[in-house]
Design a protein around this ligand. Sequence first.
Ligand SMILES: [Zn+2]
Ligand SMILES: [Zn+2]
Length: 357
Amino acid sequence: MSALPSLPDAPSAHGPTSAPAESPLALSSEPAGTPERLSGPRRALVLFVVQGLPLLGFCAGVWLFLREGLSGLDLGLLVGMYLLTMIGIEVGFHRYFAHRTFETTRPLRALFLILGSMAGQGSALLWSAVHRVHHANTDQPGDPHSPLLGRRGAWDGLCGFFWAQFLWYLDVPAIGRFGRLVERHRASPADLLASTEDDQAHRFARTLPDLLRDEPLVRLNQRYGTWVLLGFALPTLVGGLVTGSWAGALRGLVWGGLVRYYVVQQVTFAINSVGHTVGSRSLNSRDDSRNNVVMALLTLGAGWHNNHHAFPGSARVDFRWWQVDLGGLLLRLLARLGLAWDLRVPSPEALAARSDR
Ligand SMILES: [Zn+2]
Ligand SMILES: [Zn+2]
């Protein structure tokens, strides 16, 4: 493992050439700017697709449970697909694509991209761009999903929490629009990175100099729709094959596809809401990120969110012996197998410098 250097005292995430010492990436110096708001009907459509449809899918699961209960296969598909897609999000999208906290083989990073895409939270590029903007502006103007920004009092705070959990994606570039922008510049990503266009999609794209220049990665990224469908097709197929029936296939779709999709989405979005409001802080991270053990278990480590914001470039987030980081454990296993290397971790001095105690 390679140690991260210790941290400067002054915030540096906004400097164009000064990558924050805690992250190997140079985060964008550009403010995220005013979001380009969708018109009323389009906003309602996005809201329905991102929240309404998955909620209906979850309700289908509740209905099925009340009618017929839950079989071992149902539970296996739900938990198995949850773990696969959460690994894609936390280890793949978050620790690899967004933060580049380790290196891995080409087949494995392709697998991470596909598993993360199956969670249906946007392509690896868009997810990484949103997340890099979040780190560059955490709980400050420009943060795409801070529950705290500009909120005063209990009721306003509750509205902020609700917004960060359920509505924030309405104010970031739409998946289709961002995908078309990347597609237009596939042959010449340098043009996109050098563009002076001031709209939000261009500004977000400019946070991805490393990823946009990676042609094989962009090619896989642009098949996002296929990977999302695969996330539903896979459990349907397994359910059908194991039971040898269409009813089994349908149950596979409901538990491994629809219910899993909704639960993974809500747990991931809770990092935006709960992760910045509920829990403890033990490291100085210049924001309001929190460590929360329940969130940490559900998200395979992302819930040690104060730890992560203190050292976003770290491949591990378990900085105390009792903190369980399942994503970090998987990475250490992959490292043992020679499938991951250069896992970046903060030095003991850097950790001590950031500790509140
Ligand atoms: Zn955060
Ligand atoms: Zn992060």
